[in-house]
Write a protein that binds this ligand. Structure first.
Ligand SMILES: CC(C)(COP(=O)(O)OP(=O)(O)OC[C@H]1O[C@@H](n2cnc3c(N)ncnc32)[C@H](O)[C@@H]1OP(=O)(O)O)[C@@H](O)C(=O)NCCC(=O)NCCS
Length: 170
């Protein structure tokens, strides 16, 4: 995978270059810290070390100075249904383009894997729309609803929006 390096924008906390790359087993601890921090803030579902470790080939990380400051993963339900999961950028590094670089690279990976469609349940709809995702109905993703939503305390008052990106459409 191509490494992407960029400088932070004006007022950036991190002037060091950002590298977006496939995750490696040594990244698992950094990913779990990042994801579960955002999970405690109610922004993401938590992920266990074991689940990250067993899906490490499906993760991308954003690294600055050896530190993992961003991550995202593909979570496969069926060959035709793959979720963008656990997208997070460290709180003091947001707004520097790291999330966008992760999404752009994830879409490249999804295309290389011939994934026809990506979906997400999200509160940051505007962010996903920047990459061509369209708002859709959660009812189109029964596997997701069955796997995750049944256990969620917010299931009857879900404030997340389903978005989908058709990778075969272009
Ligand atoms: C959402 C998130 C990953 C974006 O990462 P980021 O590195 O801050 O995003 P970028 O700097 O690449 O932002 C790119 C653009 O998206 C915009 N954007 C960021 N968050 C947005 C949001 N919530 N809604 C709409 N647009 C948003 C930015 O304003 C920026 O626009 P600009 O270039 O015109 O200034 C990050 O804010 C985050 O980790 N949030 C908490 C966890 C979360 O909610 N994850 C999504 C779960 S589905």
């Amino acid at each position: 995978m191509e490494k992407i390096e960029r400088e932070g924008g004006a007022g950036a906390v991190a002037p060091a270059p950002v590298t977006i790359r496939r995750a490696a087993p040594g990244d698992v601890q950094g990913i779990v810290v990042l994801v579960n921090h955002h999970a405690r803030l109610g922004q993401l579902l938590p992920r266990s070390l074991r689940s990250i470790n067993s899906t490490i080939d499906d993760w991308l990380v954003a690294v600055v100075g050896g530190e993992i400051l961003g991550c995202v993963s593909l979570l496969r339900y069926t060959s035709g249904l793959v979720e963008v999961r656990s997208l997070a950028v460290g709180e003091n590094r947001q707004g520097l383009g790291i999330g966008s670089k992760l999404m752009q690279e994830l879409i490249i990976v999804a295309r290389k894997r011939n994934i026809p469609k990506l979906f997400a349940l999200t509160r940051v709809v505007g962010f996903f729309e920047r990459f061509g995702f369209k708002v859709t109905d959660k009812a189109f993703f029964p596997e997701k609803v069955w796997h995750d939503c049944q256990q969620c305390p917010l299931r009857d008052n879900c404030d997340e929006t389903a978005v989908v990106l058709d990778l075969l459409a272009e």
